[in-house]
Design a protein around this ligand. Structure first.
Ligand code: LLP
Length: 416
């Protein structure tokens, strides 16, 4: 797959647009997304499934910008949502409600009602109490809700503990051992149609093995349920496919992963759903930032940027690695080993620690790579910092798809 961000004449471009020209007009910090990279990855999933019945439901939580949602809706994607707010976004962006799946352990009655009123495709249900709530609300609205149970297959995702979800002790899903009985009991809910089984074991998996092990367990459950006369038609495998954050990371390709899934499911007459988030948008975005200062404290070098943990919290929260590259490459400058930090007033505010990077100086621009997923969506106004602008590039054109916040935006709704 073509790299969306690459150097031409030592200037980093997003597709055909030099990043420095975006920074000049949109300001920094600013997220820049490549629309063709997003579409390319969506089509890679879609093509890999070929004729096999399937739906790719983009996980909105990874990046919910309306421009990204409408791009994917236009390509035919469905959406995986985890809140009423995400459904609102999908509908605003022109997404089809009947291609939406709704997951999450804590859906409120208001959210369930909102989703039922709009006729979403299905609920991924995470407890028996939630089943009863959906049944009662569907009955009140005179409709029938399609439901799959999210089962917890007890498979170790081998990823960061904070983004691993598939072990028995995690809050997610229903113990796969208990699931059969719950499916049987659910037949008594007259406003629920149990159509599917879903699972999601974690995020940023750099090996397909655990995903396939979970699939095997869930397929065995589907077979047992069918034997008992519960006509499961759909299998939702969640998201989770990892992406390379470091130059040395190797992630399974979308094509290989889908091919292995397809092989295992073949002949079973099941529609396959997937909920990729990171693997669609992660590599398609960078966070563009300017160097404010350089300084040395007790022999330690610091590169101080105008982007901070409030813009991209992944390094602080998960010790995540994001490559930091100079927008203008000048090999004669050499490198420096430094902590790359932002202006937020706490020691946990860093984008990289002890990192060997280009010897950037005040005024230089840097691109913090692989920031398209779980970047802007996890940003905050901490330290009363306006949230960054977002830009979408297509070929040699680009546009702002979210204005940088103003100070007035920050205090909207507050009363002195
Ligand atoms: N489906 C469900 C039910 C999920 O919980 C998630 C992610 C996805 C799909 C999408 O997974 P993906 O394809 O993006 O791996 N903030 C963390 C990641 C949290 C993921 C939560 N669930 C991070 O920055 O790494």
């Amino acid at each position: 797959m073509q790299q969306p961000f690459a150097y031409r004449d030592n200037r980093m471009h997003a597709e055909d647009v030099p990043l420095d020209s975006i920074a000049r007009r949109a300001g920094t910090p600013c997220f820049v997304y490549s629309s063709n990279a997003i579409l390319g990855r969506y089509h890679a999933y879609d093509r890999a499934f070929g004729d096999a019945p399937h739906r790719i439901c983009y996980a909105v939580k990874a990046n919910g910008n309306l421009a990204i949602l409408s791009l994917l809706a236009g390509a035919g994607a469905g959406f995986d949502i985890v809140s009423g707010g995400e459904l609102f976004r999908v509908l605003r962006a022109g997404g089809a409600a009947d291609k939406v799946v709704f997951a999450g352990v804590g859906k409120t009655a208001e959210e369930v009602e909102y989703a039922l009123e709009h006729g979403i495709h299905s609920f991924s249900c995470e407890s028996e109490a939630e089943l009863s709530l959906i049944d009662a609300l569907a009955s009140r609205l005179g409709t029938k809700a399609r439901v799959s149970l999210r089962v917890n297959p007890d498979v170790d995702a081998v990823t960061h503990p904070k983004i691993s979800t598939g072990l028995r002790e995690h809050k997610f899903g229903i113990d796969i051992q208990a699931a059969e009985e719950i499916y049987a009991r659910a037949r008594w809910h007259s406003h629920i149609q149990m159509e599917g089984v879903s699972c999601h074991i974690g995020s940023q998996l750099l090996r397909a093995g655990p995903l396939l092990a979970a699939l095997d367990r869930v397929l065995a459950l589907v077979d047992r349920l069918r034997e008992k006369g519960i006509p499961i038609q759909e299998l939702d495998l969640g998201g989770g496919l990892g992406i390379p954050y470091r130059p040395t990371d190797e992630a399974p390709s979308i094509e290989d992963y889908v091919a292995q899934v397809k092989n295992r499911v073949a002949g079973r007459n099941l529609t396959l759903l997937m909920e990729p988030g990171r693997s669609l948008v992660g590599e398609a975005g960078v966070l563009l930032s300017r160097v404010l200062y350089r300084k040395t404290n007790a022999g330690k070098e610091f590169v101080i940027l105008d982007a901070a943990m409030n813009d991209l919290i992944r390094p602080s929260l998960y010790e995540a690695h994001h490559e930091i590259l100079p927008v203008k490459r000048d090999p004669s400058r050499g490198t420096v080993k430094a902590d790359v930090v932002g202006p937020v007033c706490e020691t946990g505010d860093y984008l990289a620690r002890d990192r060997e990077l280009a010897n950037v100086l005040p005024g230089d621009l840097v691109a913090i790579s692989t920031a398209g997923a779980y970047g802007f969506v996890m940003s905050s106004n901490y330290n009363a910092r306006p949230r960054a602008a977002e830009v979408m590039v297509a070929g040699d054109g680009w546009r702002i798809v979210r204005q940088r916040e103003t100070f007035d935006d920050i205090i909207r709704g507050e009363m002195a």
